[in-house]
Design a protein around this ligand. Structure first.
Ligand code: HEM
Length: 135
């Protein structure tokens, strides 16, 4: 027995939609970060302000995503999104602190890894999901 089902309630479907929208918004926000950073490094100093604003948006979206993924877990949806969201939020918190400290040797490679992680999560969350059967 696999213990998974593919049918679910309307509430569970709605929760999955909310998670998909949040993860996608998170991806758009984090993809903007290297764009703003590149503009700043190219000499447009206003871009640092946008990068700082983007960092706040990315962080709020990451924390909202943890809560949404927890609700998805509770309505018997997939659990993997909760653990991935926790990992991404931890990495993004470190990223924020590295940015404030100007530690670019950590900030740039971690940023590339985080952008990749959020994009892969977006692709994965839009795929069909397994639902756990009620006990
Ligand atoms: C590939 C992605 C990223 C690149 C290449 C990048 C690059 C940079 C660069 C060049 C700076 C300027 C540092 C300095 O002048 O000392 C910076 C600052 C900063 N970054 Fe990023 N970053 C990226 C992603 C992120 C993300 C995802 C966050 C948030 C989670 C973030 C948060 C910050 C913060 C808070 C600062 C300090 C801004 C300030 O001093 O006002 N960065 N980043």
């Amino acid at each position: 027995m696999s213990g998974t089902v593919t049918t679910r309630s309307r509430k569970a479907s709605g929760t999955l939609v909310v998670n998909r929208v949040l993860v996608s918004a998170h991806a758009v926000a984090i993809i903007g970060q290297p764009v703003f950073a590149g503009g700043y490094l190219g000499g447009d100093y206003d871009m640092l302000w946008l990068h700082r604003w983007g960092a706040d948006a990315v962080s709020y979206l990451a924390y909202a995503q943890i809560l949404a993924a927890l609700v998805l877990w509770l309505v018997r949806g997939p659990r993997w999104l909760f653990w991935i969201s926790l990992l991404l939020a931890a990495g993004e918190t470190a990223q924020y602190l590295a940015g404030m400290a100007g530690a670019l040797d950590l900030h740039v490679p971690l940023g590339v890894a985080l952008v990749t992680g959020v994009v892969l999560t977006t692709i994965a969350v839009w795929r069909p999901q397994n639902w756990r059967a009620a006990r």
